[in-house]
Structure formats: C-alpha cells, structure tokens
Ligand binder design. Structure first.
Ligand code: PMP
Length: 423
C-alpha cells in the first residue's frame, strides 16, 4: 500500500469525511515559498499554511533556533521550571503588544489560547464578586477554534452548531458588522451590539471577536470605527474585550496587530499561528495586571496548565521568528503585497461568477457567487503550479511575506484557473 492509499484509509484530514475524503497531495519538502510534492512538482504557496508560515519554509535562522534548542533541551515541564526561551519570548510579546497587556500564558495552540482567554474572563468575574457573568457575547461570521468553548463563539451556521446542540454553552450573537474596512461607520451598525450589552450586561463576561478581519468564518474585513465603537461600548458596560489575533496578528493586516487600526486595547489578547513562523504549534494569551490580579486575588489561581506549556523548542523558534519579523521590512512588504493584489485581483471584478473582490494587507479575497468545487479547483491550481485552498465561496490568498512579485502574479493568475472550474 503506498503512502497516499494508507493516508486515505486511516488518517483524518481537517473537516473531511473518512469514507469520501477530499484528495490530498504528498509533500516531500519545502523551501521559501515553494512546496515540493513527492512526484517532483513544485507549488508556489499562497496559504502560508493557514496564516502561519510568514517567513517561508525551511528558513535557515528558524532551523538554527530549533537545532540550538534541541541540543539543550527539547521539552521540560513548566510546572516548577522556567527557561530562557519562555522568558525571552514573553519579554518580546510584552514589548510588541500595547500596554497594559503584560501578563502571558503559553499554551498549545490557537484554540487553547482562546479557551484560556475565556477561562481568564470567567475566573476574573467570579474572583471579583460577579459570578453571574458567565456568558460570552460575539459577532456572527467569527471563527475562534475547534474546541468546545471556542466553537461556542464561532458563527453558529458555518461553525455547524447544529451538530452539537445541547453540548455547547449558549452564547450571545450580534450581527456581523456591515461597514467595510476603510469606511466610516454606517448609522445603526453598532445598535444591536449595544442592545445586547444593555439587555444582558449582568450576564456577559466578555465580548470576543477577531479585530477587523474575520478569517475562517468568511474572510470579511470590517470597519476599524466599528471596532473602536465596540471597545468603547465594552468599557461603558464594564464588559471585558477579548481580541482573537491568532490569524490577524504579526503584520498580516498591515499593522503589527489588527487592533491598532482602531487604537483599541483589549483586556485579553490571543496569539498563535505566525508566532512560531509556522514551525510548530504554540498559543499565547496575554492580559493586563487588572485581570491577572483580579483572578489571583484571595489566593486564586488560573486553572489551566497543559503538559506542553511553553515548550522550549516552540518558544525558542517563536523568539527567533519575532526577531526576524521585527528586523525585516515587514510593513513595506505587506504594503507591496496589498498594492499588487489590489491591482491584479481587480481583473476578476466583472467576472460573471464573482460577487466581490477585497484586499487588506497581505490578504486577497475573491468571493464567488456559489460554492467553489474544492477538489476540482484544487486540481486545476496544482496543475498551474500553485497552492491555494478555496473554501465555501471564497478563493483567497495570504502568501508568506517573502514572496516575490512574479510569484505573487502566478497566484493571482491562478484564481482564474479556479474560476474556470466553476463554469
Ligand atoms: N482563532 C482564529 C482567529 C483562527 O483563525 C484560528 C485557526 N484558524 C484559531 C483561533 C484556532 O487556532 P488553532 O487552529 O491553532 O487551534
């Protein structure tokens, strides 16, 4: 049995059937923005492996960070121990994020970083004498991860809440912001959020949202004014704000963190994905002294502590990844990606199957009028030598920041190949 036959029969892939899975392509190696398949074909990567590989694959400095740490210690428990990479990374994150976010909890993945954020908010209120604040408020169209708590605040339709009826906490959902990014706030766009805050103030622990860019829930870019208004409403209602920057963080939207577009500072911030340059899984949840001291008042402890918390290999590579990012001209690179995608994706605006084209920072989106046939579109894209993975009615790209202009042009041209499979 060859590798892909065994894979097909025994291994689950993300969001796929075990009896009728989507096709997979076997990767042999990758370098820079090129992914080499076992049959020798080479693909230009437009996905950064789900937003994470911002510096490109097989990066010499990141490889060296892993090798250097491997020679010292690959893993050691974080209960009772600390180590250089954890402290070095926490120091960098505290410096990079706005004050007063300066308390750091490391975990295994983005979803777990969100679970930790939710637990921080719930524990904060119970420790400070408001135990009735148990529910979360969020906006439709969001995505926050696949664990049960995170899933409860994903969009109820695209997050398939119907599969888990009765098992998920029932949260409060405001409509998705209508006002697009770059636009002044449309009249009434915050009204329903405000009404929910008014009606449920004493039940709500926190508003959780993806700032400015909703990713896996629909690749929607909304107004920074909306976010600034929502942050203000949270303050006025004494509700905590949790910003999930797992996808939007580390420069992808043109600012280091998407909250900066609105000048908003959350009480709790979730990070992941590009944190390690996509080398391995690591999450971080940052909060403020107010929340940390609230939780720890009267001898309280934060009730979370995963086995691989602050794993030395992951924190060492993340430390190096943060330095690489900050030493690089990431702003001009992301600005160049934005201008080129704006120019080159504009040609699809009048295509009969295209409903919308939108670009923000290093994210380019072509929304189609109906569902893209993923397997067929992906085959056409691979034949064109590029790697994009459409979902729903979205063909989108978020390439590594180091992609060359000519390579990016191959990606934008490839959107046409995907659209042709829908004719
Ligand atoms: N939040 C957001 C905004 C995400 O995009 C994702 C992953 N797509 C997650 C949370 C979950 O992260 P992970 O897949 O690492 O658990």
């Amino acid at each position: 049995m060859d590798l892909s036959d065994f894979d097909r029969q025994h291994i689950w892939h993300p969001y796929t059937s075990m009896t009728d899975p989507l096709p997979t392509y076997t990767v042999e190696s990758a370098r820079g923005v090129r992914i080499r398949l076992s049959d020798g074909r080479e693909l230009i990567d437009g996905m950064s492996s789900w937003w994470s590989v911002i510096h490109g694959y097989n990066h010499p400095a990141l490889n060296e960070a892993v090798r250097g740490q491997l020679a010292r210690v690959a893993h050691v428990m974080f209960g009772g121990f600390t180590h250089g990479p954890a402290v070095g990374l926490a120091r960098r994150l505290v410096e990079m994020t706005p004050a007063p976010l300066d308390r750091v909890f490391f975990s295994d993945s983005g979803s777990v970083a969100v679970e930790v954020a939710i637990k921080m908010a719930l524990q904060y209120w119970s420790a400070t004498g408001r135990p009735g604040r148990r529910r979360l408020l969020t906006i439709r169209g969001g995505y926050h991860g696949d664990t049960l708590g995170a899933m409860s605040v994903c969009d109820p339709v695209s997050g398939m809440h119907s599969l888990f009826t009765g098992a998920l906490p029932r949260q409060l959902f405001a409509p998705r912001p209508r006002t697009r990014f770059g636009q002044p706030l449309e009249a009434g766009d915050l009204d329903q959020l405000e009404q929910l805050l008014d009606q449920h103030q004493e039940e709500i622990a926190a508003l959780i949202l993806e700032p400015v860019v909703q990713g896996a829930g629909g690749m929607w870019f909304y107004s920074a004014d909306w976010l600034a208004g929502a942050a203000q409403l949270c303050r006025a209602h004494d509700v905590l704000l949790i910003a999930d920057e797992i996808a939007s963080g580390f420069g992808r939207t043109g600012r280091l963190f998407a909250c900066e577009h609105a000048g908003a500072v959350p009480d709790i911030l979730c990070l992941g994905k590009a944190l390690t340059g996509g080398y391995m899984s690591l999450g971080a949840t940052l909060t403020t002294p107010r929340i940390a001291e609230g939780i720890s008042g009267a001898g309280g402890v934060l009730m979370h502590g995963p086995t691989f918390m602050a794993n030395p290999l992951a924190t060492a590579v993340a430390e190096r990844s943060m330095d690489l990012l900050l030493e690089s001209p990431w702003q001009s690179r992301v600005r160049a990606l934005q201008s080129q995608m704006e120019l080159e994706l504009a040609r699809y605006r009048d295509h009969p199957l295209v409903a919308d084209v939108r670009v923000l920072g290093g994210i380019g989106v072509v929304e189609t009028t109906r569902t893209v046939p993923v397997a067929r579109a992906q085959r056409a894209l691979v034949e064109a030598g590029i790697w994009l993975r459409p979902f729903g009615s979205l063909i989108y790209m978020m390439p590594p920041y180091v992609i060359e202009a000519a390579e990016l042009s191959r990606l934008t041209a490839g959107v046409g190949a995907a659209l042709d499979t829908m004719l």
